[in-house]
Write a protein that binds this ligand. Sequence first.
Ligand code: TYM
Length: 333
Amino acid sequence: MARIFSGVQPTGNLHLGNYLGAVRNWVKLQQEYECLFCVVDMHAITMWQDPHELTQSTREVAAAMMAAGIDAKKHIIFNQSQVPGHAELAWIFNCVARLGWLNRMTQFKDKAGKNSENASVGLYAYPNLMAADILLYKATHVPVGEDQKQHLELARDIAAKFNNDFGVEGFFPQPEPLILGTATRVMSLKDGMKKMSKSDPSELSRINMTDDADTIAKKIRKAKTDTDPLPQTPAGLEGRAEAKNLLGIYAALSDTSLEDACAKFAGEGFGTFKQHLADLAVAKLGPIQSEMRRLVADPASVDQVLRSGAERARALAEPIIAEVKEIVGFLKP
Ligand code: TYM
């Protein structure tokens, strides 16, 4: 059966890029697939996290998934560190993946910056843990934003090398990335060439899922644009990264195509368009935000969802990790 695995790091708030690029697509996919959605707290600590904030963020991200419409009864929402198989399989994959493969990962280069000697070993080995997340459940499909494509390719290489090294053709599937929708790469509101990200120091660069209506409107008003009117077709957005990003967000939030969004605002200035975009964003995000607030106000029940999800995830993972250990030749307990 086709099985989905995907994850979000609990490093601060979820932003509009996480929502449009990932979580919103998950909501649609849960009709067709068996799904596991994971708050990847072990990935989060590859960069320093305040322990108290990590706990809070873990609950917030889980609440955001539920508020967005993921059914935690039918599917599994859990936090990674509650299932030991992630770390166990990641270690085995550390021994399967090659240094040369990891050296090519652009996200490590972006995150480690100039001082890579000072980055944690975990940050470097991060893609191996991500491959373990997916393959621990033999997941077949992985819905993510565009920025995770390279990591998915690595997961496929690791699966193939494991199968080949141990002579177990077909043991691990080749997980397929699902990069869906019109907002696969939402850009910063302050720089159309940079991806919207939790680590951007400027709060004005992103819309957080916890921002109130005034803050959303203010951030959209202050978003960088150019001085030309909006074009009639997407072709007219070439070389206009900020305009393209804002229209892309509009199209995604209103469930239309970029063509339709362009046609709707052709010839308008940014003042009018931004007002429409702010109204739309507030209307679409508002209900999710109030449900998130309601859920987070009762941390014990969020914890219970995560605990029960983890228990179900462990039950799926245990026979697979047991088989992996046998394949590798580890003596049984
Ligand atoms: P993370 O926490 O950075 O992001 C979570 C999801 O949001 C997507 N995303 C975006 N999509 C569009 N525009 C953006 N600006 C944007 N920013 C983020 C990401 O592509 C992702 O789908 N390594 C992963 C988490 C992870 C994972 C996994 C994902 C760990 N294990 C296994 C899939 C399968 C990450 O850091 O996502």
